[in-house]
Each structure stands twice: as structure tokens, then as C-alpha cells.
Write a protein that binds this ligand. Sequence first.
Ligand code: AMP
Length: 139
Amino acid sequence: MERRARLAHVIFLIGLEGNAKMAETTIFTKIINHEIPSEIIYHDDLVTAFKDIAPKAEHHILIVTNKPIPTVSNVEPEDEAMLGHLFIVAKKIATDLGVKDSGYRLIVNCGPDGGQEVPHIHMHLLAGGKLGGLGFPQK
Ligand code: AMP
């Protein structure tokens, strides 16, 4: 494994471990609880959406489950309605942004190789102009 990838893997595992011990303390949980500042654009009982701090497109919104599940590999059947709700809220945000018909991209990164940095399930909504292609693994 390349050094950078190994480092990302270790950071992710530390995050997972920390998350399992103190599920309420992910950075996204702190945003949801207004303990750290963020531009929250939507909130309900199941999910919260806010602007990504390092946008990769003109519009870059994170839609986060209020329940701090670390990654898709940890989801259970009981989470189905909440996870489906991510798409309902994504459609609402896309509509509000005026990109419902022009198009947008929804991404859920999973684990170190998937590029997941924050171990708390979230969907990226990217929009604003034609987006670039999806990537092959880094060499
Ligand atoms: P991922 O790599 O899929 O785990 O995505 C994590 C995303 O969270 C990245 O796009 C970061 O830019 C974003 N992020 C990290 N910290 C914050 C923060 N405090 N407020 C908003 N977005 C954040």
C-alpha cells in the first residue's frame, strides 16, 4: 500500500474506533448539535445538510444522517428509511438550488479506498456545470 493510502487507512481506522466508543462525537455530530459552526441549509428528524467546508464544485452540500453510523458497511435493515430519506432530501436540495433538471452528482464514499475521511455516513451533492468523470485508483 502506498504511504499516503496507508496513512489514510490508519486515520480512518482511528476514526472508526473513536466513533464506536463515542458515537456522538464525530465532527458532523458536532455540526448537527451546533457545537461547531457550519452553514446548515436543511435539518429534520433524520438528516442534516450543510455546505462542505472545502467545496469541489460550485454547489457542494453534505447530507448527513443524524444517527452517527460510521460507514455503509455498518448499516442495518432498521436504517433503511433513514438512508432512503437521504435521496428525498437530495432531490429537495437539488430543486432548491435549481439543478433538478440540469443535473447533479450524489456520492457516498465508503472506507479508506473509497476516500471516506469522516466516519459518519453522509452523501455529497455536487452541482454547478458539467462535472468531471469518476476516478480510477491512484497509482
Ligand atoms: P468524505 O471524504 O466522503 O468523508 O467527506 C468528508 C467531507 O467533509 C469533505 O468533503 C470535507 O471537506 C468535509 N468537511 C470536513 N470538515 C468539515 C466541516 N467542519 N464543515 C463542513 N464540511 C467539512
